[in-house]
Write a protein that binds this ligand. Structure first.
Ligand code: RIB
Ligand code: CA
Length: 325
C-alpha cells in the first residue's frame, strides 16, 4: 500500500529534487502539492512546482497555491541561493498544466478530513505557513495526520540564515511552533543531517551520466544551487536538504536520530526561529519530535540517482487523469 502524502514546498532546486524523487517512487502516492512562499515568492513557487511536475511527466498532479506571507512578520526570501526564478541552473518552459482554484490551506484541510484518519503524511519542505494556518483554521485535523516529516531547524550545526536559525523555521517561527505543538508524530530533518549529504562533483556527474533530460536538469540545478554553500562552507558540493524528507519515507534505515523535545524561539531578535532541541533530555519536556542526526550519504545518493533514472522513460510518463468537475 503506497503511503499517501501531501508535499508543501517552496521550490527551490532542492525542493525540486525532492518532488521528483516522490513522483518517481511507487511506494508513495502524492495526493497533491501545495506551494509555500519561501525561497522565492508564492507567484514563483507555484509556477515552479508546475514546471517540475511537467518535467516528470505528471501534468495530472493537483498543484495548489498556499499563503503568500508568513503567519507573522513579512516574507524573507533566498534568491541569493536559488536565483531570481528559484530554479536557476536549468531553463524549463513556462508550465501549461493548471493551478488548482482551491487554496492550499483548504486542500490540506479537505484532504485530511476526506481521507481515512491516520493515513496521510504531510511533507513540508519550506516555511510551514500553510500547515500552521490549516491547523489553526481546523484544529480537528491534527489527530488525523499520520505523521509530519519536515526539513527544518538545526542544533549542533547552528543556523544557516542567522547563527541560530535555519531558513524554513526562521521565515515562519509561529507556524513552526503550531506544527511542533500539534501532537502529530513529527520527523525532523535538520541541518545536522542535511549537511552530511553534499552534492559533490562525482555525485552530480552521476546525475548527468543518466543521459536523460531529468538527469541533465538536476545536474544544472545543483551546480547552480551549491555554489553559495561551497563558498560558505569550503566543501566539495553543498548540502542537499529537502530530498531527505522523501528518502526517509522510502528508506528510513538510511537515517538515525533520537526522540526529543523541540521548541521554537519566538521572542528574541538574536535567536528568533532557533529550534531548541533537548538532545540530552534535561528539560523534562515532552519528546515531540524524532530529531534525525545521521545519514548514510552514499545510500541516499544511490537511491536518489536510481529513482531519477526512471523519470522520462515512456513507461513512467502518466497520461493526465480526466478530472471530474
Ligand atoms: O535551510 C534549507 C531549507 O530552506 C531548504 O528547504 C531550502 O529549500 C530552503 O527552503
Ligand atoms: Ca525548501
Amino acid at each position: 500500500m503506497a503511503e499517501k502524502i501531501i508535499i508543501d514546498t517552496d521550490p527551490g532546486q532542492d525542493d525540486a529534487l525532492a518532488i521528483l524523487l516522490a513522483l518517481a517512487s511507487p511506494e508513495i502516492e502524492v495526493l497533491g502539492i501545495t506551494a509555500a512562499a519561501g525561497n522565492v515568492p508564492l507567484s514563483l513557487t507555484e509556477k515552479n512546482i508546475r514546471k517540475i511536475c511537467e518535467l516528470a511527466g505528471r501534468s495530472d498532479m493537483g498543484v495548489y497555491a498556499g499563503c503568500s506571507q508568513p503567519m507573522s512578520g513579512t516574507l524573507v526570501t533566498a534568491e541569493y541561493v536559488h536565483g531570481a526564478s528559484g530554479l536557476d541552473g536549468a531553463d524549463l518552459p513556462e508550465p501549461v498544466m493548471p493551478l488548482q482554484a482551491m487554496h492550499g490551506v483548504d486542500f490540506i484541510i479537505e484532504t485530511l478530513r476526506n481521507e481515512p484518519s491516520g493515513t496521510v503524511t504531510i511533507c513540508t519542505l519550506g516555511p510551514m505557513t500553510n500547515l500552521g494556518k490549516a491547523l489553526t483554521k481546523a484544529p480537528d485535523i491534527a489527530g488525523r495526520i499520520r505523521r509530519v516529516v519536515l526539513m527544518g531547524g538545526g542544533l549542533f550545526e547552528g543556523g544557516n540564515v542567522t547563527p541560530a536559525a535555519e531558513f524554513n523555521i526562521y521565515v515562519d517561527p509561529q507556524a513552526a511552533t503550531i506544527v511542533f505543538g500539534c501532537g502529530a508524530p513529527i520527523v525532523m530533518m535538520p541541518l545536522d543531517v542535511t549537511h552530511k549529504v553534499l552534492t559533490t562533483r562525482a555525485r552530480i556527474a552521476a546525475f548527468r551520466a543518466l543521459g536523460t533530460q531529468v538527469g541533465e536538469v538536476a545536474a544544472g540545478w545543483l551546480e547552480y544551487f551549491e555554489r553559495f554553500d561551497e563558498a560558505k562552507y569550503g566543501t566539495d558540493g553543498g548540502p542537499l536538504h529537502d530530498p531527505n524528507v522523501i528518502a526517509y519515507l522510502l528508506k528510513p534505515d538510511l537515517y538515525s536520530g533520537r526522540h526529543c523535545n523541540v521548541e521554537i524561539e519566538m521572542e528574541s531578535d538574536l535567536t528568533r526561529g532557533m529550534t531548541v532541541a533537548d538532545w540530552w533530555g534535561v528539560s523534562g519536556r515532552p519528546k515531540n519530535a524524532l530529531f534525525i542526526r545521521d545519514v548514510d550519504a552514499d545510500g541516499f545518493f544511490a537511491l536518489l540517482t536510481e529513482r531519477l533514472a526512471t523519470l522520462g522513460r515512456a513507461d513512467t510518463v502518466r497520461q493526465p487523469k480526466l478530472r471530474l468537475v
